[in-house]
Design a binder for this molecule. Structure first.
Ligand code: PLP
Length: 405
């Protein structure tokens, strides 16, 4: 232990915290006069409705992810529902999803009348390709991996399995803006990918979503569904598909075009700061960062994810989280339940399959910890604080024994 702070008593028990109360973490969202000006321009133009600003952002976002097409919509949830509908997935069909994700990954499957089938994740915190292979049935119509926290899952193995069975992959890339797998953008690795621009996300207009794909026919169908079932190029009052209104406004399009300009640099800052944490925290016995892959050539970070092995570290996750927060490191315990244990699924037992999944149960009930991407925009010195806090808890771990809050 290099720092004297690690020999002092834990802040949880009245010791001096590693970070004094005046040390702030970056807040989110980030904006400046660029957004202010762009929003006023839309306001004063009187053109508030789905037009040139949205179209411009769609071109920018397709290019940013390296896709041929981008169709925006009003949320990541809508993007998932629209894609599944566009693929013709419905009653009698199954879609394989992870149980460690935001509810929309699986609820979108229910919303089109199909059945989510939960397969376990591995130490990447993403779907385990071998568990996906085991879950495939003749009714499987899509695989929806989530690149959890921005960590792209093993898309080589996933694509092999999907190709063997002729099943499309819909990437839930709602944490992976800017992420790249062997140089290719998240969302372009399977048939298509979905993204969210909700306020907590790394690029945001408060709400918003997008679908990217290289498949023109799928893009046209998604466009039609998000725009009241109109066919591309058809007259305004001509409706050919069962659509909805999931359009963005010009205000959102303008905001997103401002936000995307900060993405390149912010992604590099997060990646650099996370690498500092990974390299130091993995050396502390009992702390396990998300598994790395050298095929991830640009790592997006929506969440910084870390597991604790309570036996090896010497205290429970709950004790660690309480101690860390008292020292000034705001880290949380993540999802309290596997998705399949949420009432929306347990109240309708016939409507989902798969599970229980041991790794997900371990993450939810014992080991997972994470904090949000905006803290990875802080300084290197702030990262050193996190490392000092982890080392301080480790060297004082005996004092946590028996503590229950
Ligand atoms: C945020 C998120 C969504 C849905 O996005 P909304 O825009 O909030 O509807 C879907 N999947 C994952 C993994 C997400 O984090």
């Amino acid at each position: 232990m290099s720092d004297s702070s690690s020999t002092q008593s834990l802040a949880l028990f009245g010791g001096v915290p590693v970070r004094s109360a005046d040390r702030q973490w970056p807040t989110w969202p980030i904006f400046d006069d660029t957004e202010r000006t762009a929003l006023l321009e839309v306001l004063e133009s009187g053109k508030w409705f789905y037009g040139e600003r949205v179209a411009q952002f769609e071109r920018e976002y397709a290019e940013f992810q390296g896709a041929t097409h981008c169709v925006t919509c009003n949320s990541g949830t809508a993007a998932a529902e629209v894609v599944l509908q566009a693929l013709g997935i419905g009653p009698g069909d199954e879609v394989i999803v992870p149980p460690y994700t935001f509810v929309a990954t699986a609820s979108s499957v229910l919303r089109v009348g199909a059945k989510p089938v939960f397969a376990d994740v591995d130490d990447t915190w993403c779907l385990d390709p071998e568990k996906v292979a085991e879950a495939i049935t003749p009714r499987t119509k899509a695989i929806m991996p989530v690149h959890f926290g921005g960590r792209i899952c093993d898309m080589d193995r996933m694509n092999d399995i999907a190709a063997e069975h002729g099943i499309p992959i819909v990437e839930d890339a709602c944490h992976a803006w800017g992420g790249r797998w062997v140089g290719k953008g998240a969302g372009t690795l399977g048939l298509c990918g979905i993204f969210s621009f909700q306020v907590s996300k790394n690029i945001t207009a408060g709400e918003g979503g997008a679908i990217v794909t290289d498949n023109a026919e799928l893009a046209d169908m998604c466009r039609s569904i998000t725009n009241c079932g109109r066919a591309v190029g058809a007259p305004w009052y001509h409706h050919v598909n069962v659509g909805t209104n999931a359009r963005l406004t010009e205000f959102q399009g303008a905001l997103l075009s401002c936000q995307i300009r900060r993405m390149g640099e912010q992604t590099l800052t997060r990646e650099r700061n996370a690498a500092i944490l990974n390299n130091a925290l993995e050396k502390i016995a009992g702390l396990i960062p998300q598994r790395k892959s050298n095929r991830i050539t640009r790592r997006a970070y929506h969440l910084y994810c870390l597991r604790i092995d309570a036996d090896e570290f010497g205290c429970s996750r709950e004790q660690f989280v309480a101690a860390a927060n008292a020292e000034g490191w705001p880290v949380g315990a993540g999802y309290p339940l596997p998705l399949y244990a949420q009432p929306v699924f347990t109240n309708h037992p016939g409507r989902h399959g798969g599970g229980p999944c041991p790794m997900v149960e371990n993450l939810c009930y014992r080991s997972a910890m994470w904090f949000g991407h905006e803290k990875l925009l802080a300084t290197e010195e702030d990262m050193r604080d996190i490392i000092r806090i982890a080392e301080k808890i480790k060297s004082n771990v005996d004092t946590l024994r028996g503590w229950q809050g």
